[in-house]
Design a protein around this ligand. Structure first.
Ligand SMILES: *[C@@H]1O[C@H](CO)[C@@H](O)[C@H](O)[C@H]1NC(C)=O
Ligand SMILES: *[C@@H]1O[C@H](CO)[C@@H](O)[C@H](O)[C@H]1NC(C)=O
Length: 310
């Protein structure tokens, strides 16, 4: 099944860093692919939905769970973990790529464990989205704003114990990668044909960007941002997947196995707007602009995502 190239999964990468040692990165040759982004991250923090949930919904009263077979059949030990996958998620592959442990589900951690972890945490929650109402028909889940709140708690209650001075903590956060993969469920639960696709995409994007940034004035002030204000500097932002090619759509669509192009078009409207907003965000942050870097990363992640077992 060939998708129009505009709908092929890709990743938008966003680097927001004044602290980054740019010369170090630029001096690295393209051959040293394993040391992209300056080589090392101290941690991977994940905000998202079922694409990257590593078990948070196991701890929530919801029908949306994956803690039973055949989920996890290809995961380490062949056990269901609460990942909505037979194997690892894209967030897991990114952790492996950077030599980090798989980011554990926040909801499953004891206070002692939270205090002891400095390699990243996963806040993602299946069925949830950017709008607080999304997914709640099926039970509890963690919306994007709740996930960001939990990340703030991680900083305030846990990381501050481990990184005792402000410069130490800032350094840790600046050297961590923030992955964001959320938004498809907002379409699944809240969109219907009576709604203007452009208006819906605009509202969703506004809410999405609000979690990354806070506007301090009528105009967007791109230097005062929510995640960024908390200390996040490096973002890995996933666009929305083509909803019209999800397995349940393929199964129901006529002819069977074909994508619903209408649904894909809807999603591509949002993705186009997201890409523009991030480009603007980049320009208005003290950004390092290295285009090859983004392109390379897209390719690399594709390769990894295509490997069924790892
Ligand atoms: C903290 O982490 C270390 C290394 O991973 C481990 O050996 C230790 O048992 C952990 N302590 C607690 C209280 O979880
Ligand atoms: C479509 O969504 C709007 C906004 O949420 C809602 O008011 C309306 O009832 C929905 N229409 C249908 C047919 O579901």
């Amino acid at each position: 099944m060939e998708l129009p190239s505009s709908l092929k999964p890709f990743f938008l990468l966003l680097f927001v860093s004044c602290l980054l040692n740019v010369s170090t990165i630029i001096s690295q040759s393209l051959k040293q692919e394993d040391v992209l982004f300056g080589g090392k991250f101290q941690a991977l923090y994940v905000i998202g939905d079922s694409l990257v949930d590593s078990g948070n919904n196991n701890y929530l009263p919801t029908k949306v769970k994956s803690n039973f077979a055949p989920y996890g059949s290809d995961f380490e030990g062949g056990k269901p973990t609460g990942r909505f996958s037979n194997g690892k998620t894209i967030a897991d592959y990114i952790a492996i790529y950077y030599g980090l442990p798989l980011a554990p589900a926040y909801m499953g951690l004891s206070e002692g464990q939270k205090n002891n972890i400095s390699t990243g945490i996963n806040y993602a929650s299946a069925s949830c989205g950017v709008f607080p109402a999304t997914g709640k028909q099926l039970g509890e889940c963690l919306s994007m704003d709740v996930q960001v709140n939990y990340f703030k708690e991680t900083i305030d209650k846990n990381l501050k114990k481990r990184f005792k001075t402000k410069p130490e903590l800032s350094k840790h956060l600046a050297k961590s990668l923030f992955m964001i993969a959320i938004g498809i469920n907002d379409y699944v639960f809240l969109y219907n044909k009576t709604i203007d696709p452009n208006e819906f995409a605009d509202k969703l994007l506004h809410e999405y960007m609000t979690q990354i940034q806070v506007h301090s004035t009528e105009d967007f002030d791109f230097c005062v941002q929510r995640l960024q204000r908390l200390g996040a500097r490096k973002f890995f932002i996933n666009n929305l997947k083509p909803l019209g090619c999800y397995p349940n759509t393929l199964a129901r669509n006529v002819p069977s196995g074909s994508c619903n192009e209408g649904a894909n078009l809807l999603i591509s409207i949002f993705n186009t707007k997201l890409r523009k907003a991030l480009a603007h965000f980049k320009e208005n942050s003290c950004m390092w602009k290295q285009k090859w870097f983004t392109r390379f990363f897209q390719r690399r992640v594709h390769t990894q995502a295509a490997v069924p077992r790892m």
